[in-house]
Design a binder for this molecule. Structure first.
Ligand code: THU
Length: 146
């Protein structure tokens, strides 16, 4: 199946990520992030970063979107747009790359910012050779570890 997002899908996703970014709760970093996941069905699931006074508890926009989607019964992601205020547009952090890879290796990624810049990439390009369930199973002890 051709996974490349159409120009229309890209624009819809970018608009959704921009909307989601308005809901970001980022009083500490003041770095607001919006994410929008496109599902096979065409549905879009939004996420934004949610920070906490205990800084280590901050949750990224991408992982908020993934968690929301999974709880809604959706795991069939084909694309994600990530909207920030940085130039060039920010890439997802390592933790979010791993979380995205759990559900979809063939993910189209649109990095965008509020200045109208757009960068197209893929999760495979951003995160090659990732750790996954197959490796976990392959390396797991067959006997209980003493
Ligand atoms: N952040 C994201 O939402 N996504 C990323 O991929 C990188 C960082 C958030 C976390 C934190 O709220 C703020 O950006 C600064 O790190």
């Amino acid at each position: 199946m051709d996974r490349t997002l159409s120009p229309d899908q890209v624009e819809q996703l970018v608009a959704a990520a921009e909307q989601a970014r308005e809901r970001a709760y980022a009083p500490y970093s003041r770095f607001r992030v919006g994410a929008a996941l496109l599902c096979e069905s065409g549905d879009i699931v939004r996420g934004a970063n949610v920070e906490n006074a205990s800084f280590g508890l901050c949750i990224c926009a991408e992982r908020t979107a993934v968690s929301t989607a999974v709880v809604q019964g959706r795991r069939d992601f084909i694309g994600i747009a990530i909207m920030t205020g940085s130039s060039p547009p920010s890439t997802p952090c390592g933790m979010c790359r791993q979380v995205l890879a759990e559900f979809c290796r063939d993910l189209d990624v649109v990095l965008c910012n509020d200045k109208g810049e757009r960068l197209r990439t893929t999760l495979k390009a951003l995160f090659p050779n990732n750790f996954d369930a197959r490796l976990l199973q392959d390396g797991a002890d067959t006997e209980p570890t003493p």
